[in-house]
Design a protein around this ligand. Sequence first.
Ligand SMILES: [Zn+2]
Length: 484
Amino acid sequence: MKALEGIEPKKVFGFFEEITQIPHGSYNLEGIRKYLTDFAEKRNLEYIADDAGNVIIKKPATNGYENEPGVILQGHMDMVAVCEEGSGIDMKTHPLDIFIDGDLIGAKKTSLGGDDGIAVAMALAILDSKDIPHPALEVVITANEETGMEGASGLDISNISFRRLINIDSEDEGIFTVGCAGGARVYCSLETYDTPYALNKTYELKIKGLIGGHSGQMINKGRMNACKAMGRILAKACDPEGYSTLNSILGGSADNVIPSECTANVTIPLFYATEFEKKVIKEAELLKKEFSETDPDFEFTIHETDADEEDNDISISLQKVANLIDAFPNGVIKMSEDVEGLVQTSLNLGIVKCDNGAVTCEFSVRSSIAEEKEQLIDRLTDITEENNGTYSISGDYPGWKYAVESPLRDKMVKVFRDMYAKEPKVEAIHAGLECGFFIDKAPDMDAVSFGPDMQDIHSPSERLSISSTARTYEYLLKVLATKD
Ligand SMILES: [Zn+2]
């Protein structure tokens, strides 16, 4: 017996369960792609499997809807495939072991892929139906969204004829997303060799206990960034003559996560060591006070270590690195004037590490305004060049500016009001969405993103709400059935 047997809406959960039995983490999409093209072939539906890995399935309008504007239903086929540490599960081959807990669906010891399998399941249920009224449909299931939206980036827009896009990749029922940030990753590196001062002391400095968080959603919380904080301490404390050297530094885990820890190993000339210790502790105490509200568990330690030059990752002027890190802007640059509370432009120094004799700082830059994103990237690269460093930029994705006129949004709000007897929240987010690529390729695209309630996506505690899925699907069918 299937785990989701009998759960309404039956077709949606039937397809969803089938999808969970096909391993489909990013870059492991052959199985799911074949499942989708087989689905289309069996039902004689026109489809395109494109070079970017996307699958587009088309279905004509049902009786009486031939003159309505066609609609694109969109989700992504890949999931973040993660399992509990030590579970020994091979996510490349493991069909998910799904279970029901009250109103929630989860998968034992692994992520569930409700993000975004439920979008695929809803779209397939509609494509499969004979009795659901709808305008002509283009179902666009993109590849590798979770690893940088490569499918949406590579999508050939000439394969798409319609201009109303319903993206089903949001995780809060009752919230419509109608704008998002564009972004890019920027890598700034400094590479020089400096000989350590002969008579010296070596120290290890460590910052930990910070809250951190996602750099899109949490950047406006004013939390401490461990890498920036380390840069500030070292810039304030290192000897002004420039005799100190940095032996290693490591902070952060991803460009889009606010780093909660940073460790640095430094060599200080003996004549300056006492002064250095004093200044370090003074600056750390200032930080502790400044961030006592946002990061109450901030912890800073400094202790002397045995110098072992063999173990050093690098040997580089501490003054140069610290001044560089300290000079970079970080956090919120500008709030939106149109949408209250929305961050318009920000950046996050996500990682500082040593690589091949260089120190590299990795940033995630975001803005809903393309020009502001470019200006901010220029600021980072200018600062890097002024300090004789080098830079590179990757993972550029376009933003989606709130559209003043949007017939699709108006219709979706009205249908929501009628069904739920309340107003939906209509908002823009300070994070990327695939809609940005569609709008970048077809500026007349009218788009809204929505979806059912999910918890803890991208983790083994991911859960999908059954009742919210049922309502969201019912709502989607109402939107499709409502004529202009
Ligand atoms: Zn998603």
